[in-house]
Design a binder for this molecule. Structure first.
Ligand SMILES: [Zn+2]
Length: 388
């Protein structure tokens, strides 16, 4: 037997910039006292130092917390090469140019990567039926697979909805307790007609299905709702759109109309969708989202890489909106590791309490995906996977 070091019976005090146990607000800096492989105490670093003066102190890492949730991604794009380009160049030069890489093989590789990273849960946007068929049976992930719905012609909404509903009902029969669940994602307020948006979100609310919608990602989206034109309209695939934007949204653009106000007045926020991006919003938009009780998902690296702007985190936090974090696809986010989003956000928001960011990645993500967080408790065996 190897001789034990003389002080190995001493408890160890593991330190981090942020400790979040899964309950409460967290500590910055914080620590965990581990004795005999078991968590003896958690909390504020100064208090732990005073309570355990003989503990050997060791920096564990930047964060000690339960595994984070990647609340928004596109796993079927995991075989894409990452490229940071302005939004209106990224769409044709990356998304369209590498389209043959999109599909089941990339989705399975992405899912395996999330499992390897020890992701707490995932919110994945599923673009095609064969990807849903491939991901839904996986037992190494939990969270939501949101089937993506597009269609700008209001007169086609009922037929599209009928097809979506038939598929959702079939997939829901394959859900397993504790496993991946099926949700719906009407893509954006400008790629889904008003009629299809209403049908999908009313159905989801009635069935208790989780929803995600990309909203207010690029400044051009706000311009489109104000004016009915601008770069988003000019770059559209014209064959896939009616003659005017007013036909898509069922009303005229107005100087005060925003994507969020449009969704609110359409009744969509009552279904409490998680709103993804929310970069280019007004104070009134934030108030509407807070009043509706919707959570938002921020993808800080993707927003920066595509030059969409920065999510106004402090304003959402002040309004009491639950924030989660997602990587978006590897093609714009760079990786599927949501801990990278937390590190990036710490640099992007130096004035923001870092505990908010860690909590968002854990608790916010579990709120969005409807999954249960792991908790770091006194008396539990210490698990190195809690160090980020
Ligand atoms: Zn996305």
């Amino acid at each position: 037997m190897r001789p034990m070091p003389a002080d190995s019976w001493l408890p160890e005090l593991l330190t981090a910039d942020v400790l979040y146990t899964g309950i409460g607000g967290g500590y910055a800096p914080g620590g965990v006292v581990v004795s005999g492989g078991v968590v003896a105490a958690t909390g504020d670093l100064a208090t732990l130092r005073a309570s355990f003066p003989h503990a050997r102190e060791r920096r564990a890492g930047a964060v000690i917390a339960p595994p984070p949730v990647n609340a928004h991604t596109h796993l079927d794009m995991s075989a894409y090469d990452f490229q940071a380009l302005p939004y209106f160049r990224w769409l044709p030069e990356v998304v369209i140019a590498q389209q043959r890489r999109r599909g089941v093989a990339g989705a399975l590789a992405g899912a395996a990567e999330l499992a390897r990273l020890g992701t707490g849960a995932v919110g994945d946007i599923v673009w095609a039926g064969d990807v849903m068929d491939a991901l839904l049976p996986r037992e190494d992930l939990t969270g939501v697979l949101y089937f993506e719905v597009l269609g700008t012609f209001p007169e086609r909404a009922d037929a599209i909805f009928a097809g979506v509903r038939e598929r959702i009902e079939r997939w829901r029969r394959l859900e397993r307790p504790g496993g991946l669940r099926v949700g719906l994602s009407p893509h954006t307020p400008f790629t889904v007609s008003h009629r299809l948006m209403r049908r999908v979100t009313e159905y989801a609310a009635g069935e208790g299905l989780p929803l995600q919608i990309h909203v207010a990602e690029h400044p051009a989206e706000a311009e489109l709702f104000r004016t009915g034109g601008g770069p988003l309209w000019e770059h559209r695939p014209a064959a896939l759109y009616p003659a005017t934007f007013a036909e898509v949204i069922g009303r005229g653009p107005e100087p005060d109309l925003t994507p969020v106000r449009y969704l609110d007045e359409l009744g969509v926020l009552r279904a409490r969708p998680a709103l993804v991006h929310m970069v280019n919003v007004t104070p009134e938009d934030i108030a509407r989202v807070a009043a509706a009780g919707c959570a938002v998902v921020s993808c800080p690296r993707s927003n920066a890489h595509l030059e969409c702007g920065a999510f106004p985190w402090a304003a959402f936090a002040a309004a009491g909106v639950e924030v989660a974090l997602g990587t978006d696809s590897v093609a714009s986010g760079g990786s599927l590791d949501v801990r990278g989003e937390v590190a990036f956000a710490r640099a992007l928001y130096p004035a923001l309490d870092p505990r908010l960011l860690v909590r968002a990645a854990v608790k916010g993500g579990h709120r969005v995906t409807g999954t249960r967080p792991q908790v770091l408790r006194r008396g539990d065996p210490w698990d190195e996977r809690f160090v980020w």
